[in-house]
Design a protein around this ligand. Sequence first.
Ligand SMILES: *Cc1c(COP(=O)(O)O)cnc(C)c1O
Length: 224
Amino acid sequence: MMSIAENIDQIKATLPEQVQLVAVSKTKPAILLMEAYSHGQRAFGENKVQELAWKYEELPKDIEWHLIGHLQTNKVKYMAHFVHLIQGADSFKLLKAIDAEAKKVNRIIPCLLQFHIAEEETKYGFSMDEAFEMLGSDEFGNLKNIRISGVMGMATYTDNLVQIRKEFAHLKTIFEKLKSEFFTLEPEFKEISMGMSGDYLIAVEEGSTMVRIGSTIFGERNYL
Ligand SMILES: *Cc1c(COP(=O)(O)O)cnc(C)c1O
């Protein structure tokens, strides 16, 4: 079996320089995160706020913490003071809650708009229409404590590589449309977060700027 450091090296060797690797450490103990940290990894992704908060307390303070999963509005306050990027901003309601909590701690919190690109019904995210309506509204314009840094999406869990590629290409198209419609003057709107252990090479080919990889780095997860 290869070490965490070797896994990271092997993944990085396949990534273009401008693509950022977020190490998805959900369910994994702090000691394994430290192995990655000691090898230079600084961006980590978690999907549970409680777990994110205790790992933040326990681990070095120069780690960039990404919240990658669905987020409940009442949990935002537990991480508003330290979270680096909220990747799963999937509703207007949530963005308003993030803005309110960010204001309390005097921060501007970067967020990615999560889009529903997969076939599955269960995946969270905006549709193109919903995002256009929100971004064009005065109410959205009044949110001063969030910054939209790009988009995020998950492809369908399938062996059909053609379909996966199509879904990633779709997210890239969404990004370009939003960029030209709402963010032409904002260089911070630049991230396309797509690609996980099973599909990140396709995602990179389709224009990903940020891959979220867990099991290929840390091994399979055991859910109790
Ligand atoms: C768990 C998770 C990942 C990482 O999945 P792996 O298949 O282990 O690489 C990426 N993105 C999100 C949103 C996740 O929940």
